[in-house]
Design a protein around this ligand. Structure first.
Ligand code: SF4
Length: 949
């Protein structure tokens, strides 16, 4: 692929920008006649995953209808390419079953009775409830809970303006374990690999199909491979990515850390590490291990201590743990050492999100980068904070003064994000209540573990006073809301985004295509819902209007943050908000726009994206600013402090900024973990997961030598469960689906609409001569689900797997809801906390404005597995550990495909067993969590200290 160039000279394969106002193609419906169709092309940003690829909306000039979406070649990260989900935006916006107007329930919660309401009524109702809560000092009872954010900072700013600690997210069921592993090394909580320039690439888990940076990374991995890089993929499942790799490493799940540390041991043992980098850029002087203290010792003596410590991670030990042959581990370790500073890697879901201690593989993987000196280098590992650009708006409210323990409870002081999946249990324990709850592109009843506990919480009006589901599609969670508020897809909303998708920094601008075109033609709109289909709105304008509704006369000090920087006292518009950012906060953008005679906002509306810089390597080596050096002190480890806060570090006699850690170095030794009651993990270690073979043996009452109840919770099976025990991998994704939002995307569901249980032929025989298509019953710790078998050699024996994404359901067949993707179910609470779900009907062809709905040929909508999973909070990262031990048996007579049973009394008991593993705050000085670790929507510093009472 020709690389992105800002002058557009790489555009040969796409419509050139100068033709975007009138682009001609032949009408495919008129074929074989050649009938011209004229389009206006408007750039926007895909909303279907976090990658934020650039889309071009092709609008028929005659009808004003968007006819298709293709890639925007002017977007520096996606460079004109998309995955299958980008073009399927067309299905989402024209979905005949989508919600087009704000709806309010007209019967009991969950009864499925709805009536149309107005945006004004919604704003008045929520404005009054939130105003009262804030005025009565109950701000913590207002909670915003986000699934897919798709924007940067604007929501944190809104909640800060309200003065509440109310930001909740989905991150602890997604990525927080990997984030903790990275963060402990260098503060930045995500990797940004430079795949295109790497010589060796190591991916843990399916990675690409896992969604994060899918398309931007995929194209660069292929570029790297074409330039000679080798690719290794570590995944128990033969994923699409693994099938493209030079090495497939099907590790037994949860043992990846053992393999990575064995590779580190090879590199250390063979003296192939980058000694200069390790000496200059790690905090080796702080190392304390196995009775050795680096204080007063030489670097060489410290390296010897490290070698002694890691000597136990022999390739043979790793082979025993992982199932990957020792010679393969040695070979890859040597190839990584040869790649040196051009070693790139990525770890996101998979081993990090599946396992107890899943943050340790990220620590161990980073050790390989540190040993090879491939941090901040071309072709190496960069920090997300160096490649992501979040420009500041015209004003930023002060941080909130309060700490909400429903979000950050004391048991998990090191969790990177809110303990969101435990919310129903926290409310059950009486830790608080919610007065006004916004779920935003978020469907916990379906995507979270333990969905029946969510249903119990959401239907209880004592626990949740008022609930609005802000969503572009119907969802299982919306069913239990008081209001369903339709929000826009990619071409129906404004958002500003940036991601660490390559070695560069960029911003992308999502925009409502119909409004933009109508405004170009001279029409005027106060709000985007006036130009969108039905009354579909966008969040930016909703939050601005709601802030005015909370504080109509400005007396609460909230409204001031939502007044125009250009027209004092008047309501902020999206043009004001983004126009100011583009004019003032994006280096180089005003000058670039001016060259074309455009204002910065006009430039972003024209191109949809802007590359800020490619100068992103080795930013740790930047000199400390002169102002920071004035009146600063240097401590014994070379850390430069000003007013008691680190601002840089001395390296080879030079004052440089370093990393954002307490030592300003890469933290090989984590004093933070030692200080916060986990000294045994201060170095990167291998931490056995809750699904380790020893836990599997213990769960069956067999001898389990390595089972350590200090770290591993014991599985207790429900009394009616039977079958042999396997490890279930429930989080691999299908590359063409997107959680709830792909529900009625016909291009996507036609490709994938079932989620059978993968099992190896060896295990199929063991379970009882199972063949593909046979019905299996999978028992979890809290219930069971029933689905078809798919027998395949593409999976490690002893492991079964079921894809995320499928098994959508609805409780009312008459409602025109997600008819291409949902089964109709009978949902019953048969005794207190005991829930049964049975599928009554599947998918059928149906009449609608879209003739394709009559051609729906599939009937299966899959099986909802997540709702049968208990919560597993990792005691350190707080991440939900998705993998689990299950019992698998052939389904019995009377069992039906899609049957589900769950006992939420058992799920509460599992929650308590896992909670008991945690080591709660306070930490040093009475802190709730370390001050240096970032917190989303961070309160003022005083709130970090626990009160004595
Ligand atoms: S990777 Fe696919 S779904 Fe994600 S933003 Fe890009 S095109 Fe959209």
């Amino acid at each position: 692929m020709t690389d992105f160039k800002r002058d557009g000279s790489h555009l040969a394969y796409c419509p050139p920008v100068e033709k975007w106002d009138d682009w001609t193609e032949y009408d495919p419906d008129a074929w074989p006649r050649r009938v011209e169709k004229h389009f206006q092309i408007v750039p926007t940003i895909c909303f279907n995953c976090e990658s934020a690829c650039g889309l071009l909306a092709y609008v028929d000039k005659q009808t004003g209808r968007i006819e298709k979406f293709e890639g925007n070649p002017m977007h520096p990260a996606s460079r004109g390419r998309l995955c299958a989900k980008g073009p399927a935006t067309i299905n989402q916006i024209h979905d005949p079953d989508r919600v087009l107007y704000p709806m309010k329930r007209s019967g009991a919660r969950g009864s499925g009775q709805w009536a149309r309401t107005s945006w004004d009524e919604v704003l008045e109702t929520f404005g009054a409830r939130i105003r009262k809560a804030i005025q009565e000092n109950r701000g913590e009872e207002v909670m915003y809970h986000v699934g897919r954010p798709g924007h940067d900072f604007i929501m944190e700013r809104t909640l800060q303006a309200w003065g509440i600690d109310g930001h909740n997210s989905h991150t602890n069921v997604c990525s927080s374990s990997a984030r903790l592993g990275y963060l402990l090394w260098h503060y930045a909580d995500r990797p940004s690999p430079d795949h295109a320039n790497a010589r060796f690439i190591l991916l843990l888990s399916a990675h690409l199909e896992s969604g994060h940076y899918f398309n931007p990374h995929a194209q660069r991995i292929i570029e790297g491979k074409m330039a000679g890089a080798k690719l290794a993929v570590c995944d128990p499942r033969l994923s699409n990515t693994a099938s493209m790799a030079d090495y497939w490493l099907p590790t037994y799940p949860g043992t990846e850390g053992a393999m990575l540390l064995a590779m580190a041991e090879v590199i250390l043992d063979e003296n192939r590490y980058d000694a200069g980098f390790v000496e200059n850029w790690t905090n080796w002087q702080e190392l304390e291990v196995d009775g050795f203290s680096a204080k007063g010792q030489t670097f060489n003596a410290t390296i010897d201590a490290l070698k002694r410590h890691y000597a136990k991670f022999t390739p043979e030990f790793a082979e025993k743990e992982t199932g990957v042959r020792a010679e393969v581990i040695v070979k890859i370790a040597r190839e990584i050492a040869t790649a040196g500073s051009r070693f790139a890697s990525h770890l996101w879901r998979g081993s990090a999100s599946g396992n107890l201690g899943g943050w340790q593989p990220a620590r161990a993987l980073m050790l390989l980068h540190v040993l090879t000196g491939s941090v901040g280098t071309e072709g190496g590992h960069n920090l997300n904070a160096w490649n992501k650009f979040v420009p500041k708006p015209f004003s930023v409210p002060p941080p909130q003064k309060r700490w909400n323990e429903l979000l950050y409870p004391p048991e998990w002081p090191l969790c990177t994000h809110e303990m969101s999946f435990l919310l129903p249990h926290f409310l059950k324990e009486g830790r608080g209540r919610i007065e006004a709850y916004f779920t935003r592109v978020f469907n916990p009843v379906w995507t979270y573990p333990d969905g029946f506990s969510w249903i119990e919480m959401l239907r209880d009006e004592e626990k949740v006073g008022l609930h609005a589901a802000l969503t572009p599609t119907w969802s299982e969670t919306a069913w239990f809301a008081d209001y369903v508020l339709p929000m826009g897809f990619s071409s129906e909303r404004h958002d500003l985004m940036s991601q660490e998708s390559y070695a560069g920094k960029w911003i992308g601008f999502r925009q409502p295509v119909a409004r933009v075109l109508k405004e170009r033609a001279g029409e005027k709109f106060d709000y985007t819902y006036q130009a969108n289909p039905g009354e579909v709105w966008e969040e930016d304008e909703f939050w601005i209007s709601l802030s005015w509704a909370i504080d109509p006369d400005g007396s609460m000090g909230i409204r001031q943050w939502f007044e125009s920087p250009y027209r004092p006292g008047q309501k902020l518009t999206v043009d004001d908000y983004y126009g100011w950012i583009f004019e003032n906060s994006v280096p180089g953008l005003p000058e670039t726009a001016a060259k074309e005679g455009l204002k910065p906002l006009e430039y972003m509306r024209k191109y949809g994206a802007y590359e800020v810089t490619k100068d992103v390597h080795r930013l740790n080596e930047k000199p400390v600013a002169a102002a920071d050096l004035t009146d600063s002190q240097v401590d014994l480890n070379g850390v430069i402090k000003k007013n008691g806060k680190p601002v840089g570090v001395m390296v080879e006699g030079q004052p440089v900024v370093g990393y954002n850690t307490p030592s300003r170095k890469l933290e090989l030794f984590s004093k933070t973990l030692a200080d916060w009651k986990w000294p045994e993990f201060a170095l990167p270690e291998y931490y056995r997961s809750h699904i380790h073979r020893s836990a599997q043996a213990a769960s069956q009452g067999k001898p389990a030598e390595d089972f350590d109840p200090q770290y591993m919770p014991k599985v207790e099976w429900p009394k009616d469960s039977n079958g042999d025990v396997y490890t279930l991998l429930p989080i691999f994704r299908l590359p063409n689906l997107i959680h709830t939002r792909s529900g009625n995307a016909k291009f996507l569901y036609e490709i994938s609409h079932k989620n059978p249980l993968w099992l190896n032929p060896v295990d199929a025989k063991q379970v009882g001569d199972i063949r593909t298509g046979d019905l299996l019953k999978v028992h979890t710790e809290i219930g069971y689900f029933i689905l078809h078998a798919w027998v395949t050699e593409g999976l490690t024996p002893g492991v079964v797997a079921c894809s995320h994404h499928l098994g959508r359901w609805k409780v009312n067949q008459d409602e025109k809801i997600e008819r291409m993707s949902s089964s109709w179910v009978d949902l019953k609470e048969v005794a207190k906390g005991q829930w049964k779900m049975r599928q009554l009907d599947g998918v059928h062809p149906y009449d609608s404005a879209d003739p394709d709905t009559k051609r729906v040929w599939w009937s299966d909508a899959g099986v909802h597995q997540d709702i049968t999973f208990p919560v597993h909070p990792d005691p350190i990262s707080g991440m939900h550990c998705w993998h689990q031990l299950v019992r698998v048996e052939r389904a019995a007579p009377g069992d039906q495909y899609g049957d589900i049973f769950v006992d939420t009394n058992l799920s509460f008991a599992v929650y308590q067993r896992w909670k008991a593993l945690a080591r709660p705050a306070p930490g040093p000085n009475g802190l709730r969590r370390p001050l240096w670790i970032p917190r989303v929507h961070r309160p003022e510093e005083a709130a970090f200290y626990m009160k004595k009472d």
